[in-house]
Design a protein around this ligand. Structure first.
Ligand code: ZN
Length: 286
């Protein structure tokens, strides 16, 4: 069923939560755009700008890392200082009420946790954390950011437009950019994020699959599911004959297998659903 009216979408979602909940929720970039974090893809699921850096490219080339960190110097603070919006907050509330279970997120902004949700699987990692690719030491991204600023004052004074996932639109010659290395072993430091071309660690995928298996269905919010790492959960729901609801403005890869497609704005739809749920709870006799 296809619905593109907020009132109808929220009624359908309310119905689903009350009959099949707790649902597993899968979120993508669309839920964080209202927190000021730009999305990668347009409504048709196509790249808005150049595709993000691949893992292999980052590891193989110092030049690629210079470009990455020069851009990140301006892009990452937007991510770091972003605040959870009403959608993140409603999901936290629904989780506490038992309407939804695990939140699986493709986002690396940490906004679900900062909104207070506790059962969250960061499918693609955490952009506010670093890992050394040689010794495995984890460290805060803020430390890396501050080292980059100190080593590269001429880059710190630029003000390019900010892009998705801690990127910024800066072009040119980055050969004089100093990329800090691991303080323990001088190894290559990488954000603790699953890059394109990387695989999501198997135990993480299995934990998410298990959560979906134990729940009443899957609600996808703000994702085009173009990447297989997210799409596989839509397919899992379909194969298990569980309800699969999609709340997304644009086309998704799972449109043809969804039981419910809601083409409506995220915050109004979730807020309306919440209002309906509260009315229902108030009128249900004990
Ligand atoms: Zn190291």
């Amino acid at each position: 069923m296809h619905i593109n009216d907020v009132a109808q979408a929220s009624a359908a979602l309310h119905e689903l939560l009350s009959s099949e909940g707790p649902l597993t929720v899968l979120t993508g970039a669309g839920i964080s755009t209202d927190s000021g974090i730009p999305a990668y893809r347009d409504h048709k699921g196509a790249w808005k700008s150049a595709p993000p850096m691949q893992h292999r490219e980052y590891m193989a080339s110092n030049q690629a890392r210079q470009r990455y960190w020069a851009r990140s110097l301006h892009g990452w603070p937007r991510l770091y200082y972003a605040k959870p919006n009403a959608a993140h907050q409603l999901l936290t509330q629904w989780q506490a009420q038992g309407l939804i279970g695990t939140i699986i997120t493709q986002n690396v902004d940490g906004l679900h946790q900062r909104a207070g949700s506790n059962d969250v699987i960061n499918l693609h990692g955490d952009a506010n954390s670093m890992i050394c690719m040689d010794c495995g030491q984890r460290s805060p991204r803020l430390d890396m950011h501050e080292r980059c600023l100190t080593l590269n004052p001429s880059y710190a004074s630029l003000s390019p437009q900010v892009g998705p996932d801690g990127d910024a639109f800066l072009e040119g010659d980055f050969s004089d950019f100093h990329v800090p290395s691991c303080l323990h072993c001088s190894g290559v430091l990488k954000p603790y994020v699953v890059y394109f071309g990387d695989n999501v660690p198997r135990p993480r995928v299995e934990r998410a699959q298990q959560a979906l298996e134990n729940s009443g269905g899957l609600l996808v919010i703000g994702s085009s599911l173009m990447v297989f790492s997210g799409f596989r959960f839509a397919r899992q729901a379909q194969q298990a004959a569980k309800p699969l609801a999609l709340l997304n403005f644009g086309t998704t890869r799972a449109d043809s297998i969804a039981s419910l497609k809601l083409v409506a704005a995220i915050i109004p739809t979730l807020s309306n659903t919440d209002a309906l749920t509260r009315i229902a709870q108030a009128t249900t006799p004990n």
